[in-house]
Design a protein around this ligand. Structure first.
Ligand SMILES: Nc1nc2c(ncn2[C@@H]2O[C@H](COP(=O)(O)OP(=O)(O)O[C@H]3O[C@H](CO)[C@@H](O)[C@H](O)[C@@H]3O)[C@@H](O)[C@H]2O)c(=O)[nH]1
Length: 239
């Protein structure tokens, strides 16, 4: 039984999912993969089921409908905690995160950190082919989150993250509220407030070449107002 699980949420990632799975299983280190698919209409789940015949360490959880990456991840975390995984990773399906960086995130956890963040902004801005509007939005969101909450992380919205099991055990996953990218901030903020040690590991983020981002005005609104709510709840001790 591997101690390491990579959770990949998917919605309409037909063009990417096989590639990312093969790249993770090509790594020298032993990682299991859990795909959490929200019944993608493009047949992403079907491809995963086919690949399960080839890869016994590939798992699939299918949810009824699209409900945001935050809900998909909390589903995956609970699945991992029901098993014996010690190191649990979040990674996008679209290859914007390079699976070859997984061992670096793992190493950071083995070196005594509790949360390792694959960071685009720890040394300048390390993104490739992302439209300038997305870079600005993401960069400003991270600065805003830091300003409002004090979270000492440069890339607060990063979606390439490693957690030690103990962190997920101590966070009340049923109280994780955010469905979209704000989820990434909520997880880091709550981990930090509980006293867990967070480290940023520099990575290069490369914009997807296939499929589409699921960003929307709702997702952005949730993040902007949600961060304020996080801070207020923290002040009143109801985080
Ligand atoms: N199951 C499920 N998966 C979803 C959903 N929405 C998005 N995903 C999956 O979540 C991953 C990230 O979604 P994208 O829509 O590709 O994100 P992005 O725009 O490239 O955003 C990136 O930057 C954000 C801001 O920095 C990050 O917060 C985000 O994690 C990601 O790295 C992909 O694997 C996508 O299929 C959903 O409702 N359900």
């Amino acid at each position: 039984m591997s101690e390491r699980l990579v959770i990949i949420p998917t919605y309409n990632e037909l063009e990417n999912v096989e590639n990312i799975i093969r790249k993770v299983f090509a790594l020298p280190a032993d990682f299991h993969i859990l795909i959490v698919d929200d019944s993608s209409p493009d047949g992403t789940g079907f491809i995963v089921r086919e690949l399960q015949k080839e890869f016994p360490k590939l798992f699939l959880e299918t949810r009824i409908e699209k409900d945001g990456l935050g809900k998909a991840y909390t589903h995956g975390f609970k699945w991992a905690l029901d098993r014996s995984y010690q190191y649990i990773f979040e990674m996008d399906a679209d290859l914007s995160h390079n699976p070859e960086d997984l061992p670096k995130l793992l190493q950071a956890l083995e070196n005594g950190n509790d949360v390792s963040v694959g960071s685009r902004y720890s040394h300048g801005v390390n993104v490739v082919n992302w439209p300038m509007t997305r870079v600005l939005l993401s960069f400003i969101a991270s600065k805003y989150a830091r300003f409002v909450t004090g979270l000492p992380v440069n890339d607060a919205t990063a979606g390439f993250v490693g957690y030690k099991r103990i962190v997920l055990e101590k966070l009340d996953l049923n109280r994780i509220k955010f469905k979209g990218y704000g989820f990434q901030i909520e997880m880091k903020y709550k981990s930090w407030k509980k006293g867990f040690k967070i480290i940023e590991v520099p990575i290069i983020f490369t914009n997807r070449v296939a499929g589409e981002s699921k960003i929307s005005a709702n997702i952005m609104g949730e993040a902007v107002f949600g961060i304020l709510m996080l801070r207020i709840r923290s002040i009143f001790g109801t985080l």
